[in-house]
Design a protein around this ligand. Structure first.
Ligand code: TYD
Length: 209
């Protein structure tokens, strides 16, 4: 059986993640890989209920972090780990790096608390379960804000102020720097063709790894 791979996608709201996720999925299919495509918070029936609460219900920051990781625990147990064990590729729209960026950076929750939750939920006999590769779609704040101003109703995170998103972006970049190459920053302010060329190369690297 071939080995599965775990890929996560991250970035500020409005970074074009959904478009890139759709392209990546089609690209993998074209290479004979049928990925399990999923998202956080969410990905399971319970996780999707938690997502509704997380995106729309005011709550204490600790509650927010705990629910993000509770949804993640369920997602790992029900979807991600069974898929990887069966040799499937998993493409996940956000994972723990989003908690470090949004709850840690944006809401300024202490990193020790997040690291404790990460350890609780992701520690396995052979170390911390992390994506094999994380694609960080990075755009300047102005671009993110302009794309979000497109009329639809914004959720609890999207309604935050610029300073919040500056901290989210800085936390993502700090995590990238500390990730020993797991997190790949992609300049998402370029053309689709340029971004897709990068993604195709990264997929090749991951297949070969
Ligand atoms: P996302 O699915 O990217 O939103 P959309 O459907 O609008 O594209 O993510 C939903 C929000 O959840 C996003 O603003 C980031 C936030 N989030 C966290 O704050 N912490 C987390 O751990 C995760 C996974 C998401």
């Amino acid at each position: 059986m071939s080995r599965g791979r775990f890929v996560s996608l991250e970035g500020l709201d409005g970074a074009g993640k959904s478009t890139h996720l759709a392209w990546l999925t089609a690209h993998l299919r074209g290479r004979g890989i049928e990925p399990v495509v999923t998202r956080e918070p969410g990905g399971t029936p319970l996780g999707e209920k938690l997502r509704e609460l997380l995106l729309h219900e005011p709550m204490h920051i600790d509650t927010e972090a705990l629910l993000m990781f509770a949804a993640r625990r369920e997602h790992l147990a029900q979807v991600i780990e069974p898929a990887l064990a069966a040799g499937r590729w998993v493409v996940c729209d956000r994972f723990s790096d989003a908690s470090f960026a949004y709850q840690g950076g944006g809401r300024e929750l202490g990193v020790e608390r997040l690291a404790a939750l990460e350890h609780w939920v992701q520690a396995r006999a052979d170390g911390l379960l992390q994506p094999d590769m994380t694609l960080l779609f990075d755009i300047p704040l102005e671009v993110s804000r302009a794309r979000l101003a497109n009329g639809r109703e914004l959720d609890r995170f999207e309604r935050e102020q610029d300073a919040f998103f500056e901290r989210v972006r800085a936390a993502y970049l700090a995590r990238e720097a500390a990730s020993s190459g797991r997190i790949r920053r992609i300049d998402a302010s370029r053309s689709l063709a340029e971004i897709q060329a990068d993604l195709a190369l990264l997929v090749q690297q991951l297949e070969a790894a």
